[in-house]
Ligand binder design. Structure first.
Ligand SMILES: [Zn+2]
Length: 253
């Protein structure tokens, strides 16, 4: 299936997780459904599922309707359109039909906690290095979470301080919120954000602000208070071609 063809002429999906990452269920209308053997591709008018990308692994979950169930295997984003791919049980839902969407919340909540921990670690690194450490990429797990940074890896002593500072911020119960800004406002507010050089051009940017800590342009899902992250454990540091990967974990509930 060429999913690039599937999204031709389709308006961008309304991404409900941007405004409310705690939304676990919704009712949405099918725009496109296409069966391929036992699997199906579904495009909805709006979605609670974050796609694979932007440093996050795909959300999973379930679609339910009269005479069918779909267990999601992957959500992809193509030109602003979310394409949900999963295994179909029963009949194929038709365009125009309303379906129930249920999010795999256990997985998503873990991703939200890991992702927010990533922002906290960015800050802890900045403190230890005395400057912003640019990021090259990230995967806020599961199964494993890491951020790749540019430059020299931290020493074992520095790693200890990074972990300690990160956990102090968690314990500080800092509020995590988001605001939308223009590119000019963005440049004034966060010209030293660790991912600023990797941002695609856009009219509006979403800034994720951890009060008193940092503001990072980001479209991912985060918890609303750092205390929800729980203890952050820096697992290992691995040297890469341009820098290093910092692997970390949070407790699984
Ligand atoms: Zn983020």
């Amino acid at each position: 299936m060429d999913i690039n063809k599937l999204v031709v002429g389709i308006s961008p999906t309304k991404k409900l997780y941007l405004d409310d990452p705690y939304l676990r269920e919704s009712r949405a209308t099918v725009i496109v459904s296409k069966q391929e053997k036992k699997n199906v591709y579904v495009i909805l008018d709006e979605s609670i599922y974050h796609p694979k990308g932007g440093g996050q692994p795909t959300d999973l979950g379930l679609f339910k309707g009269d005479g069918f169930n779909i267990t999601l295997k992957k959500v992809m984003e193509v030109r602003g359109v979310l394409v949900h791919f999963g295994k179909l049980y029963g009949r194929l839902p038709q365009a125009g039909e309303e379906i129930d969407c249920i999010l795999d919340w256990k997985r998503r909540n873990l991703i939200m906690r890991l992702h927010t921990a990533g922002h906290v670690l960015d800050y802890a690194l900045k403190e230890v290095y005395g400057r912003v450490v640019d990021t090259l990429g990230a995967l806020h797990g599961p199964p494993t979470a890491f951020t790749e940074y540019q430059g020299m890896p931290p020493t074992p002593e520095q790693i200890e301080v990074i972990q300690k500072r990160a956990n102090e911020i968690v314990e500080d119960r800092r509020e995590v919120k988001f605001v939308y800004v223009s590119r000019d406002e963005l440049m004034m507010a966060v010209k030293d954000a660790p991912n600023i050089d990797r941002l695609p051009k856009a009219e509006k940017y979403r800034l994720v602000v951890i009060e008193g800590v940092n503001a990072i342009p980001c479209m991912g899902t985060h918890v609303k208070n750092t205390i929800e992250i729980g203890p952050i454990d820096v697992r290992k540091v691995e040297k890469t071609e341009k820098g290093f990967k910092l692997y970390y974990a949070v407790k699984e509930f």
